[in-house]
Design a protein around this ligand. Structure first.
Ligand code: FDA
Length: 501
């Protein structure tokens, strides 16, 4: 018989997907969201929805036998990772040769696991990255709209200067300033008021209880509390979980039929079903949406997709490093898992860097300062389709990460020289000082104006759209979710006005 039908389907529930579903729902269009991860709203036996970084269990990772935390080691010991039962946990780490990508899985996508840093990119750099997008409109309308809907807030400056939670950030600021660099406060979707009450022990601790990357039990405005709650509130949006979309085919009448796997949260596929739609929005993230389109093109299901699908992927120049502090320079045992400060050297003509001052929430003094540097790395990777595994394969060589290291090294060599400090070489499994073999910020694969038109309409097919980080050509110069959100707001406004008439 005929598969069930929904007028609009959105794949995924991350930033691009959530924006799109809210605006479709507000316009009165019945919309179904299909999410491969779980809904995270039910406490486990310990009373918590999520587990902490220090005691990870099966809730932590997406079908792994052992956790894969970004800091592989401490004093070269594998202290952070634990054996776990494979389960539909909230954080995935997808491996592609020399590069692995961290991804959120669940209702809210990356918003469940991320560091909540909500940064609007510099206008001049945004205009450089996406020159065909009207920057006046973005900075006049869509960035403000995204910031308001996401609930972006800033830390109280007086509290910041005196609190325990950011002693680690003040120390890094002191070291940066000694080398002549300036720092900038980083807005957040973590409620800084809640954080103040956490430090005062008036509310349960989350950011102050080593909760980050495996989810936050309190304090964070993840998408399930903002855009997705509003979308459900329209009465027109439905979310189905543990639904992994695999294949997209187009029917004679122009509608799309999806083949969807219903996943068992403890492993395996319960069933495969079909569902059809008129308007299909891909919000499965840079890696997920690119894979869906590439598979559709290479299996002949959507043969007219652009050659640009799979191209233009980047890491947002991510590179992580640690510095060793002197004995008298303590970072403190209480560290907010949500960063609030970055070293801003983006104006450097040769090596622009925005380095967020990251916590090392180990619950003990580590004498280490940690950084996630965002650099302007011009290298790009691409995806090919592997028929034997029916999956997309990312092509990115470790050497392509070298420009990120060069930039970060130029900055932190100067900070080390000014403070007579050295790099930590015990953090990344071997003795390297710079870790550039993973990214938190995958961007690109179905780039705006290349694989799609200037509003995310996929080239070659009508009523097929990309809404997420796949649209951004590999770099935004800052943490990307505000950019993804604002661009999705811009695109869906145009699509609703023109394609649903
Ligand atoms: P996103 O990845 O959020 O969502 C995609 C969703 O689609 C997921 O829920 C996934 O399960 C689902 N999906 C994928 N394939 C599917 C399929 N075939 N069928 C059904 N569902 C499917 N950014 C930032 O701005 N500030 C920060 O502080 C941080 N920090 C940070 C920390 C960590 C640990 C990570 C992993 C990431 C960050 N980021 C970040 C990055 C940020 O979270 C990321 O850029 C956005 O979540 C990307 O939003 P998208 O809408 O592109 O997809």
């Amino acid at each position: 018989g005929m598969p069930p039908f929904s007028p609009a389907i959105v794949i995924g529930t991350g930033y691009g997907a959530a924006v799109t579903a809210l605006r479709l729902g507000e316009a009165g269009i019945p919309t179904l969201m299909l999410e491969m991860g779980q809904l995270w709203n039910t406490p486990g036996a310990d009373g918590n929805i999520f587990c902490s970084m220090l005691r990870p269990d099966e809730r932590s990772m997406w079908f792994k036998r052992r956790t894969e935390a970004p800091l592989a080691s401490f004093l070269w010991l594998d202290l952070a990772n634990r054996d776990i039962r494979p389960h539909a946990g909230v954080l995935d780490r997808v491996h592609h040769g020399d590069m692995s990508v961290f991804l959120g899985r669940g209702v809210g996508g990356g918003s469940l696991v991320n560091g909540a840093m909500a940064v609007t990119p510099r206008r001049d750099y945004f205009a450089e990255v996406l020159p065909e997008v009207d920057a006046d409109e973005m900075y006049g309308t869509y960035f403000p709209r995204a910031n308001a809907e996401l609930g972006v807030n800033e830390v109280d400056r007086d509290w910041f200067e005196s609190c325990r939670s950011y002693a680690y950030a003040r120390l890094s600021r002191k070291h940066a300033e000694k080398a002549g660099f300036t720092t900038a406060f980083v807005p957040s979707v973590y409620d800084f008021g809640h954080l103040e009450r956490e430090e005062a022990q008036e509310v349960p601790r989350s950011a102050l209880a080593s909760e980050v990357i495996y989810g936050n039990n309190h304090g964070k405005l993840s998408l399930d509390k903002t855009y997705l709650a509003a979308a459900l509130g329209t009465g027109n949006v439905t979310i189905q979980t543990l639904q992994e979309v695999r294949d997209i085919t187009r029917q004679q009448d122009g509608s799309y039929t999806l083949s969807v796997r219903e996943l068992n949260p403890d492993g395996g596929v319960l069933a495969v079903r079909q569902i059809s739609t008129r308007h299909l929005f891909l919000g499965a993230g840079s890696v997920g949406s690119t894979e869906l389109l590439l598979r559709a093109r290479e299996t002949g299901r959507l043969p007219d997709l652009d050659e640009q699908v799979g191209q233009g992927w980047g890491t947002n120049g991510n590179v992580m490093l640690g510095r060793a502090n002197h004995m008298w320079d303590t970072t403190g045992t209480l560290q907010s898992g949500m960063p609030a400060l970055g070293i801003d050297n983006w104006d450097d003509p040769v090596h622009p860097v925005f380095a967020e001052i990251a916590p090392m929430p180990a619950g003990l003094e580590t004498w280490a300062s940690l950084y996630l540097a965002i650099t302007k790395n011009p290298e790009r990777g691409h995806f090919t389709y592997d028929a034997t595994t029916d999956s997309a394969r990312l092509h990115w060589a470790e050497s392509q990460g070298q420009p990120s290291i060069d930039a970060a090294k130029a900055l932190f060599d100067r900070i080390n020289r000014a403070n007579s400090t050295i790099y930590r070489t015990d953090l990344f499994g071997d003795t390297r000082a710079f870790e550039n073999r993973f990214t938190y910020h995958p961007l690109g694969g179905a780039v705006l104006g290349k694989a799609t038109d200037l509003y995310g309409r996929v080239n070659g097919y009508r009523n097929l759209y990309v809404t997420d980080g796949a649209l951004i050509p590999g770099s935004t110069g800052v943490n990307p979710f505000v950019t993804i959100t604002a661009l999705a707001e811009r695109n869906i406004e145009r699509v609703l006005a023109e394609d649903f008439a």
